[in-house]
Write a protein that binds this ligand. Structure first.
Ligand code: BG6
Length: 306
C-alpha cells in the first residue's frame, strides 16, 4: 500500500489529487474539438427517442444521489425534461410512476449497491429504459442497464468518495447537454459556452488543489473541534452542500446538516450560535446576492462563516 500511496498520507488525499486526471478521462472523446457538441456514442438513443422521453427518474444512494441531484437541476435547465429524484432505498416502496416513456438514470460508483440495483429492476419492471452512470466496468448495475456512461475515475479506495463524485458531476453535465442537444431544447451558443467550461475544468481543479490546499487546511483546523456544522447553498450549490455534510459526517464524525440557504430562516437558524460554523457555498452568478443575504442572517445569530 505504501508504494501505491506515493507521497500521500492516505488514499483519500491521493484520490483528491487525482481529480484533474479523472475529470480529463471522463471528458475524453466526449466533446467535439470545436466545443460544439457532446458525443455519447455509448447511449444508443436516437434524437427521436430522446424527444419522446416524458420524464427522467434519477435514483442512487449516498454521494451518488447528491451527484444525481446536480444532474436533476442541469437536465431540467438544459434539456427541459422533468426529473424526479429519489434515494434508491425509498424508490422501490413509493409505487413509482414509471412508464415506457420514462428514462431511469441510476448512478453508482461501484455499480454494486443493492438498493440502487433493486431500484433499477423496479423501474425496468414498470417499462423504463435504464441508463447507468458508473465507474466499474462489468459491474452488476452496468450489466443490468440498457446503456452505460462510465465515469473513468479509476479505482477509488477511500470510503468517502472524491474523484468518483467529481466525475459523476462531469458525467451528469455531459448527459444534460447531450439530452438538450438531442431534443433541441439547448441553445447552441449556451452549449458551446458550457462545453468550453468543461474543457477548462481539469485545469481549474488542478489550480484549486495547488493554490487552495493550505487555505482549506487552515479552515479545517478551525472547524475540527466543532460539534455541529451547517453547509448552505442554493440551486446546484444546495446539492453540493448536501454532499459536503455527508462527507464531513463520514470522515470526521462531526454532526453536519446541508440546507437550502433560503430555508435556514424557516427553523434551523434557531440552532445557530457562535459554536456552530456555517459553510456557505456562494460562487459568483445570479444567486450570489441572495446567498449573501442568507449568510447575513446567519451572521446576525453569531454563526461563524466559512
Ligand atoms: C455507501 C457509501 O454505502 O454507498 C457512500 O458509504 C456511497 O459513500 C454509497 O456514496 C453509494 O455507493 P455507490 O458505489 O453506489 O456509488
Amino acid at each position: 500500500a505504501s508504494l501505491e500511496l506515493g507521497p500521500y498520507r492516505h488514499f483519500m488525499q491521493k484520490e483528491i489529487h487525482e481529480q484533474p486526471k479523472a475529470i480529463r478521462d471522463t471528458l475524453s472523446g466526449r466533446i467535439s474539438d470545436d466545443n460544439s457538441r457532446v458525443v455519447l456514442g455509448e447511449v444508443g438513443m436516437t434524437a427521436e427517442q430522446v424527444k419522446a422521453i416524458s420524464k427522467i427518474a434519477i435514483v442512487a444512494c449516498g454521494t451518488a444521489s447528491h451527484a444525481g441531484l446536480v444532474g436533476k437541476y442541469l437536465i431540467e435547465k438544459l434539456a427541459r425534461i422533468p426529473v424526479e429524484w429519489d434515494v434508491a432505498s425509498e424508490y422501490r416502496y413509493k409505487d413509482p410512476m414509471v412508464d415506457q416513456q420514462t428514462l431511469c438514470i441510476v448512478i453508482s460508483q461501484s455499480g454494486e449497491t443493492a438498493d440502487t440495483l433493486a431500484a433499477l429492476h423496479e423501474a425496468r419492471r414498470r417499462g423504463a429504459k435504464i441508463l447507468a452512470v458508473t465507474n466499474v466496468v462489468g459491474s452488476s448495475i452496468a450489466r443490468a442497464a440498457d446503456w452505460v456512461v462510465y465515469t473513468w475515475a479509476g479505482p477509488e479506495i477511500a470510503v468517502a468518495s472524491t474523484k468518483a463524485y467529481t466525475t459523476q458531476l462531469v458525467a451528469m453535465s455531459l448527459l444534460a447537454i447531450w439530452l438538450g442537444q438531442q431534443n433541441g431544447n439547448l441553445d447552441a451558443g449556451l452549449a458551446h459556452e458550457l462545453i468550453a467550461d468543461l474543457r477548462n475544468l481539469s485545469a481549474q481543479a488542478s489550480s484549486v488543489i495547488e493554490h487552495q490546499e493550505e487555505a482549506i487546511h487552515e479552515a479545517a483546523e478551525k472547524l475540527a473541534h466543532s460539534e455541529d456544522v451547517f453547509f448552505i447553498g442554493r440551486n446546484l450549490d444546495y446539492a453540493v452542500a448536501l454532499e459536503g455534510q455527508l462527507k464531513l459526517k463520514e470522515i470526521s464524525y462531526i454532526h453536519a446538516e446541508g440546507y437550502a440557504a433560503g430555508e435556514m430562516k424557516h427553523g434551523p437558524i434557531a440552532l445557530i450560535d457562535d459554536n456552530v460554523p456555517v459553510i456557505v457555498l456562494a460562487p459568483s452568478g445570479p444567486l450570489f446576492e441572495k446567498t449573501v443575504s442568507n449568510m447575513q442572517e446567519v451572521r446576525a445569530r453569531g454563526g461563524k462563516i466559512v
